[in-house]
Write a protein that binds this ligand. Structure first.
Ligand SMILES: Cc1cc2nc3c(=O)[nH]c(=O)nc-3n(C[C@H](O)[C@H](O)[C@H](O)COP(=O)(O)OP(=O)(O)OC[C@H]3O[C@@H](n4cnc5c(N)ncnc54)[C@H](O)[C@@H]3O)c2cc1C
Length: 441
């Protein structure tokens, strides 16, 4: 009996429930990654994400080779490619860890149906979220709209399961199915190659994810709650791209933190925000383009000021904290969380540019961009998402800088004070105007 295991946003061998199950049978396994940019509704990856994916697949292929099995790469609509590989290899079992976006769920439902009709055994597992979205709802069955009760409901039930160990060996299928060459996928940027800053900032892959977690727990967790909002301090874990690509599972992060740290509470709550984002994507599959709060559909966005959008993207707004953040993003593929909130608020509220354009820029430039956390956080900041007091919270970029970067440590590291670049917007006046527009809704 041969098993095909699909790898998607779970590019690891440790705590991979589908791989664990496949290996437990002691029979041949085909490890398959399909680059699917063609299935209906699947969002094409941004540039920084493609860079990460290339390196993550390289790392996964090395780890699997060490266990004795190749990683098979194929490209195309998964609904056609996966059945093709199952047929080619004569496999009769198909396993994967679940996904939660609408188009991805549709693809996976199609695969299950195909397997049923064609006599293959298809099973899915919980590998990427600690709390499956359909298991969390209010007493009357409605979805949670606000984070705190959602997280209380999650954490008042049984704890997340313990991680599965990585296999020590995997029996490969013989012959191994043919694989595309990763280099032929063109995931890396050329002409120009803008990825130097990403390469200087990140080490990609499962081993790097574990090293980062260890280093964070040893060195930064004790001061996490106090320092996590201070962008000049290396205070947070930096795990988001590793979690996004599934190089480490949230279960592993959760249990390692609990075993090793005295009080990881605040850090675990941040993992909760990740769960809440995916929960919301499950409930609102159109979240990347549609306001969660339909009242916001009537918001009178003014005609797009393309110069202002370009100034924001390139860090030329003349507002130091914002420009520093946008420079950090361009150079490293990430941005500290508080600064993300400030730049998002400036775009959607002071500049009155539709949040979807900011979300798209982040989608293209963040190495951790995912279809849940990115739109969910953008909607949260823009005021049209899940939040108790949405629109009236308008971050003042100057006040935020004084409070969270009082010595300009972060602003100057990312060249936020640029000579001759004047502010493109008056923070106070634009705030008042935005509030006026909102009250008209
Ligand atoms: C406008 C905007 C867009 C964002 N887009 C993304 C995105 O595309 N992908 C993404 O992973 N995060 C996104 N975030 C959330 C957050 O900024 C990053 O997760 C965080 O900065 C990552 O740094 P860290 O790993 O050091 O976080 P830590 O503080 O160490 O937190 C641990 C983990 O918790 C999760 N987490 C923390 N905060 C959030 C949050 N607000 N929402 C969801 N998960 C969270 C992440 O997986 C993170 O790695 C966005 C925030 C804003 C305001």
């Amino acid at each position: 009996m041969t098993t095909v295991v699909l790898f998607r946003d779970d590019l690891r061998v440790g705590d991979h429930p589908a791989l664990h199950e496949a290996v437990s049978h002691g029979e041949p396994v085909v490890c398959l990654y399909v680059l699917d940019e063609e299935s209906e509704g699947v969002r094409p990856l941004g540039g920084a994400a493609r860079w990460w994916l290339h390196h993550s697949l390289t790392s996964l292929a090395e780890d699997l080779a060490g266990l004795g099995v190749p990683l098979t790469l194929r490209r195309g609509p998964a609904g056609e490619v996966v059945p093709g590989v199952v047929r080619e290899t004569g496999a009769d079992r198909l396993l994967w860890n679940r996904r939660y976006g609408g188009p991805e769920r549709a693809v996976d439902a199609g695969l299950k149906e195909w397997a049923g009709v064609n006599g293959a055994d298809a099973h899915s597992y919980a590998g990427s979220l600690m709390f499956e979205p359909w298991t969390v709802s209010t007493q009357n069955g409605d979805p949670y709209r606000v984070f705190t009760p959602f997280w209380r409901a999650c954490t008042s039930g049984p704890p997340p399961r313990e991680p599965y160990p990585a296999p020590s060996a995997v029996v490969p299928a013989d012959p191994a199915p043919a694989s595309d060459a990763l280099a032929d996928w063109g995931l890396l940027p050329t002409r120009p190659d803008w990825s130097g800053g990403l390469a200087r900032t990140w080490t990609v892959g499962e081993r790097a994810a574990h090293e980062r977690l260890d280093e964070f727990l040893d060195e930064r967790l004790p001061r996490y709650a106090e320092d996590r909002d201070m962008p000049a301090k290396p205070a947070t874990s930096g795990l988001s791209p590793h979690l996004r690509w599934g190089e480490i599972s949230p279960h592993t992060v959760w249990h390692t933190a609990l075993h090793r740290a005295e009080n990881p509470g605040k850090f675990l709550t941040e993992l909760g925000w990740r769960e809440f984002s995916w929960y919301n994507l499950y409930v609102y599959p159109g979240m990347a383009t549609r306001n969660i709060n339909p009242k916001f559909d009537a918001f009178p966005w003014p005609p797009l000021d393309e110069d202002a959008l370009a100034a924001w993207q390139q860090g030329r707004t003349g507002i130091p904290l914002v420009d520093a953040g946008m420079h950090e993003l361009w150079e490293t593929g990430t941005m500290q969380n508080r600064v993300r909130m400030v730049v998002a608020s400036l775009l959607s509220k002071n500049l009155l540019i539709d949040w979807r354009l900011g979300e798209q820029w982040f989608w293209d430039t963040l190495v951790d961009a995912d279809p849940a956390s990115n739109p969910h956080n953008w909607q949260w900041v823009a005021g049209c998402g899940t939040d108790a007091a949405p629109y009236f919270r308008i971050f003042n970029a100057e006040t935020q800088q004084k409070k969270f970067d009082p010595d300009f440590g972060y602003v100057d590291r990312w060249n936020g004070r640029q000579e001759g670049v004047e502010p493109i917007v008056d923070l106070k006046e634009s705030r008042a105007h935005a509030l006026e527009l909102f009250t008209s809704l």
